[in-house]
Design a binder for this molecule. Structure first.
Ligand code: GRF
Length: 221
């Protein structure tokens, strides 16, 4: 039975929380899309797992509420995850976007936000899951890598794939040059996916995500 994540009629624009751990360039891409009126979501809060990161400054500069749920303040992954979900809930968020969020959420997050947590990963999953995807692709000698945007499930970098885009690995690439090209793709693909989600255009059927209308593919199958 296809599961639609929310009611696109009553939740328009869809309130979302964005989770970050670092520089927040993907967050900035989402903010910029929102300012252009292209996100079809309302960013109600940006949640970080640490203080003092540049991503928090980007959120504040855009006038978006911020919250820090520090990993070190919690004695278990479940307690940390509960605090994240509570913070998102408190800001009315109906979905969460992991935009460079480097913590693994406990399964309770999936119970609270079923098929409503989106992650961006800097490789073509299922290749190179985990925190070192760019280094792993280089070390493996891959000649192609890319970006995956997917729903989050109980396993790491594993949930239903929403969109992927490949790019070549050049012989003289190092981690910085390759990651920079990957991020250019992320900054375009992630906002497109979040916008489609916000419009209610994504339907999950098992591991498969059907786009009602897919501007990325020019087909709605
Ligand atoms: C991104 O490349 C993302 O795929 C990875 O971490 C990076 C975060 O970058 N998980 P930023 O904080 O969005 O600049």
């Amino acid at each position: 039975m296809p599961l639609l994540q929310f009611d696109a009629m009553t939740d328009s624009p869809l309130p979302i929380a964005i989770l970050i751990s670092g520089s927040g360039s993907n967050l900035q891409a989402l903010i910029d899309a929102s300012l252009r009126g292209e996100l079809d979501c309302d960013i109600t809060v940006v949640i970080s797992d640490r203080h003092g990161i540049h991503g928090l400054d980007r959120a504040k500069a855009a006038g978006i509420s911020t919250a820090v749920v520090a990993w070190s303040d919690h004695d278990s992954r479940s307690a940390f995850t509960e605090a994240i979900c509570r913070t998102a809930d408190d800001h009315g968020a109906k979905a969460m976007v992991l935009a460079g969020f480097m913590r693994i959420l406990a399964p309770v997050a999936i119970d609270r936000f079923p098929n409503a947590i989106i992650n961006v990963h800097p490789a073509l999953l299922p290749a190179f899951p985990g925190a070192h995807a760019v280094d792993l692709a280089l070390a493996y000698g891959a000649t192609l890598t890319g970006v995956t945007v997917h729903f989050v499930d109980e396993q790491v970098d594993h949930g239903p794939i929403i969109a992927q885009e490949s790019l070549p690995v050049f012989v003289d690439d190092d981690a910085d040059s390759l990651h920079a090209r990957i991020q250019k793709v992320e900054h375009r693909l992630l906002p497109e996916v979040v916008a489609a989600f916000g419009r209610g255009d994504l339907v999950v059927e098992g591991r498969h995500v059907r786009w009602r209308q897919n501007p990325l593919k020019d087909t709605d199958s």
